[in-house]
Structure formats: structure tokens, C-alpha cells
Ligand binder design. Structure first.
Ligand SMILES: NC(=O)c1ccc[n+]([C@@H]2O[C@H](COP(=O)([O-])OP(=O)(O)OC[C@H]3O[C@@H](n4cnc5c(N)ncnc54)[C@H](OP(=O)(O)O)[C@@H]3O)[C@@H](O)[C@H]2O)c1
Length: 293
């Protein structure tokens, strides 16, 4: 199978690249191909002739999207449509990464794939509009909605919490937003399996289980063996530019019906903490080699 990944330099993209065995994979960053440039995209897709395109490229700064709406729609909606058209032109399948933020958070039970989209912020609107346009263009495309990503390939919530927990006497974290933390290694494996199964339509792909950001932070600190106290606060006390859904737990029923299961976020977090230790000690060793004391 030939696979072309847009967003290969991102948090998910870095985990996704090594997951394909026996396949021919081309990974691209924004420097290789800006998804806003339809002509360049078509050129890349013509050259790589993929069976599958995985679109993990996006403008992911949720708060930044509020003040840079034009950029947010240009990349996340119009850029996604450019990729979809390029895919269709060569008969490639498309796996588009979307978000739990397409929902308004008013439910109290896990969101199913056909629940009504009603995004609260700009980032969610860009993703929701992209979803609609992509499925209109080709209902055979696959949309994988995911949430609360963490991994060793970039900035993420557990990394921030661990750095703060090591430097502050106590942490305050919001306790009124509930979702599903997702380890990018597990998501990457699920994506490969979905492609191999020729999945189409909407699928929710997150680690199993849910929690609030406060509960997540508590577990991160505990699992890392730290003693820093974590205190719950409300979103109102920690005002951010973008509104976020109070509840965005995604149901795995479609994922499971396709024969794909994902481990619990606790399990993902344990493996992340181990991997982070290894990455940090390898980086420290390298810097000692380059700058011997
Ligand atoms: N992170 C989360 O918690 C989360 C939650 C739900 C859904 N998602 C979705 O999951 C996907 C992966 O997220 P992530 O956290 O891995 O993202 P990320 O770490 O922010 O990486 C974004 C990727 O997109 C590329 N990119 C940005 N603008 C581009 C452009 N104009 N043209 C081409 N490439 C561009 C970046 O390339 P450069 O490195 O060259 O800038 C980078 O490879 C995204 O679709 C995101 O919306 C993420």
C-alpha cells in the first residue's frame, strides 16, 4: 500500500510515520507542501500516487483560532478540501483527522457519530465545516474524530503538567470539562488498522475511559511519582479565549464494530511516561556527548 501523510511533523504525524510495515510511506510537513496551495498538493499527490492519504495537518491552536479565523478556515476547512479534491483526482482514499470540539458539550452520555455537530469555537467550526464538505465530495472518505492528544513528539498536556509539577508548589486545573485523553501511539495504530480495513464515514477514535483535565493532571502527577498537590478549579476561574465543550466524551461503538479496540487512557499514560523518560535521558546523553564536561 502507498500512503501519503500530511502533518507528518506534528504530534500525531511523528507517531504515525513508523506504524506502517511493508507499506511505502511519504510524510510531509508544511514546508514540503502547504495544504492551502491546491496546485502544489496535486503535484505531490500525482508524484506519490497514494492508495491512502492521511490528513493530520491542521492549525491546532484552539485559542489562536479565535483571533486568526481567516488562517483557521484557510487551513482546516479549505486546506482539507484541497487535499480531498487531490485525493479524488487520483482515486486515493482519505483519512481526515477531526475533533471532539465539533460538539457543544451539552450531552451527558458519550457522543455517537451521528449526533448533531454544534461547535462552540472557531477551531470546532473549521473542523465541522470540513467534515460536511468532505463527506459531500465523497461519502467513502473516512473521518476519525479524536480528542486530548498526548505523546512525546511535541507539546502536550501531560508534558506541561510534569514540567509545572517539578517547579511549582501546587497546580490548579479545570475540573468542569470531561473528555477522553488519547495517546498518539494508540491512535496511530488504530488509524493504520482502519485504513487496512477500508473504513469509511465517521469513526470516533480515542483511548477508552474519560476524565476531567483535573483528574487527568492528578493521575499524571501520581503516575510520575511526584507529590505536587493538584487542586480543582472551574473554567470560569481559568478563562481562555476559546470556549470548550463541558463534555466531549466520544463513543467507541463504531470503532469497535469495525473490529478496532483502543486501550484505556491510564494504560496510554503509563507508556507515555516511560517513553518520555527515555526520550529525555537520550537527549541529556546526547547533549553530554556534544558538550563533554
Ligand atoms: N492535539 C489534539 O489534542 C487534537 C485533538 C483532536 C483532534 N486533533 C487533530 O488531530 C490532527 C493531528 O493533531 P496534532 O496535535 O498532531 O497537530 P500538531 O502537532 O499541531 O501538528 C500539526 C501538523 O500540521 C502541519 N501543518 C500546519 N499547517 C499546515 C499547512 N498550512 N499546510 C501543511 N501542513 C500544515 C504541521 O506542519 P509543520 O510542522 O511544518 O508546521 C504539523 O505537521 C489534527 O488534524 C488535529 O486537528 C488534535
Amino acid at each position: 500500500m502507498r500512503v501519503t501523510i500530511f502533518g507528518a511533523s506534528g504530534l500525531l504525524g511523528k507517531a504515525l510515520m513508523p506504524q506502517w510495515t511493508g507499506d511505502e510511506v511519504a510524510g510531509l510537513s508544511s514546508r514540503d507542501a502547504d495544504i492551502r496551495d491546491a496546485q502544489r498538493l496535486q503535484q505531490v499527490v500525482n508524484e506519490t500516487r497514494p492508495d491512502w492519504i492521511v490528513l493530520a495537518a491542521a492549525y491546532t491552536d484552539v485559542d489562536g483560532c479565535e483571533s486568526n479565523q481567516e488562517l483557521a478556515f484557510a487551513v482546516n476547512r479549505d486546506g482539507a478540501l484541497n487535499v480531498a479534491k487531490a485525493a479524488k483526482a487520483v482515486g486515493a482514499r482519505l483519512m481526515f483527522l477531526s475533533s471532539d470540539y465539533v460538539f457543544d458539550g451539552r450531552k451527558t452520555a458519550p457522543y455517537e457519530i451521528n449526533d448533531r455537530r454544534n461547535p462552540q469555537g472557531v477551531y470546532g467550526r473549521t473542523k465541522a465545516e470540513a467534515e460536511v464538505e468532505l463527506l459531500e465530495l465523497d461519502p467513502g472518505f473516512c473521518i476519525a474524530r479524536t480528542s486530548w492528544l498526548f505523546g512525546t513528539g511535541g507539546k502536550c498536556f501531560p508534558d506541561t503538567i510534569l514540567k509545572l509539577a517539578a517547579s511549582r508548589p501546587a497546580l490548579e486545573v479545570v475540573n468542569d470539562q470531561r473528555g477522553c485523553p488519547t495517546y498518539v501511539e494508540d491512535l496511530a495504530q488504530a488509524i493504520v488498522r482502519l485504513c487496512r480495513k477500508n473504513a469509511s464515514g465517521i469513526v470516533h477514535a480515542t483511548n477508552a475511559g474519560d476524565c476531567t483535565w483535573f483528574e487527568f493532571a492528578q493521575e499524571i502527577v501520581r503516575a510520575a511519582g511526584l507529590k505536587t498537590p493538584v487542586r480543582p478549579v472551574s473554567s470560569q476561574q481559568m478563562a481562555r479565549p476559546a470556549p470548550r465543550p463541558a463534555y466531549s466524551v466520544l463513543s467507541a461503538s463504531r470503532l469497535n464494530s469495525l473490529g478496532v479496540e483502543m486501550p484505556s487512557w491510564h494504560d496510554g499514560l503509563r507508556r507515555y511516561i516511560q517513553a518520555r523518560k527515555l526520550t529525555r535521558s537520550a537527549a541529556a546523553q546526547l547533549s553530554r556527548t556534544i558538550h563533554p564536561r
